[in-house]
Design a protein around this ligand. Sequence first.
Ligand code: GLU
Length: 466
Amino acid sequence: MTVRTRFAPSPTGLLHIGNARAALFNFLYARHHGGKFLLRIEDTDRERSTQQAVDVLFDGLAWMGLTPDEQPVFQSTRQARHAEVAHHLLAQGLAYRCYCTPQELQQMREQAMAEGRPPRYNGYWRDRDPSEAPPGAPYTVRIRAPREGETTLPDLVQGEVRVANAEMDDMIILRADGTPVYQLAVVVDDHDMDITHVIRGDDHLTNSFRQAMIYRAMGWNLPAFAHLPLIHGPDGAKLSKRHGAQSVVEFREMGYLPEALNNYLLRLGWGHGDAEILSRDEQIQLFDLDGVGRSASRMDYAKLLHLNGVWLRQADDARLANDVVERLAGRPDVTLDDITRARIQALMPGLKDRAKTLVDLADSAAFLGRHVPLSFDAKAEKLLTPEARTMLGLLARDLAVIDPFDAPTIDATLRRFAEHHGHKLGQVAQPLRAAMTGTTTSPGIDATLAALGRDEVMARIGAVAQ
Ligand code: GLU
């Protein structure tokens, strides 16, 4: 059997991290077993399913590196097929027409509740002769659900799950206007797409029992189910806005790398020994559903931030430089020409060492694209005392003539200069850093000067020296 999994999001305008994690698990499960990962857009709610909402899903998945192996299936294009299955069940007597009006159904519910029973459909038309139907009246199609016994489903995460059949009523599969319901659409699509494993949030567990009825009525093989516990907020409550970011786009904008978000979402609720930092290849190699925990996971934003720092340090400099340039675009105080780009790239090893997010990284690189006179923050201003300015003027004479103007030569020059003038290295480096950056933090001063280049270093010292 070739494993075929699918991610089946409804376009809501955002890719929630809970859904992104379901997509990741489906992707990894398929890859691990040499199978295929598919995408189905559940866009039957035509009002919500705008092109924009669909694009959010495509963009988010592409950013996460979770692209499907086949063309995405759009559920809305398959309604005729869904209805065909309902009519087949009707023809076989496995489903029936129900002529109850909305008022009658309402009465049925009220009566059940008054009698202390759950408000379910009472099977009024289940065994009634169709000749009793009011002529020309609209009808829904209901599946003939088993009434006795129980339905059990083996679940690859939850173990065996079961429900008494008496708990389920004859659900509608085709509405009065002839349109298929969601449960029917999901089953028919999963069957037609040859899905072998349905891996989704455990909020769908009840749906699985309902869907199992349709599979059984059609005589189709059930896929294997795996219901993933949901992601909760740090306090254990349902994850919501007040906890922090929830959608993939938000994390991207906050400067997270997709590797870090993937790594974090994987580790949230799945474990393999103490493995923490896992590349995509390692994830594929190690992932299986037996490592998925059964209890809800709690979102730990601090841990995600930490992982992001780890992934930033491993990321390619040119790629980070490109991202930083994009993030700096439009800042009025920063010139983004080839010179600035080259400086950012040159200083990237030092910059990425200190950053936790791409936003931090861009902020810390901005000084490379500024021009004299720089503006100084209060701490930098304090360092630039008259004595320090005089000292920088002297230092400029040494820096003007060294060759090559690279980090090791600059470092040696600063040390020599400090020693010669009876200063500690920091007494030279700190005011120099203030003059170069307008702040008191930067990567190593030698690398910072080398990245700026001699002309710019001279200009920046010149702007403060006395
Ligand atoms: N469209 C459903 C959702 O977004 C998922 C359905 C499924 O995975 O079967 O929650």
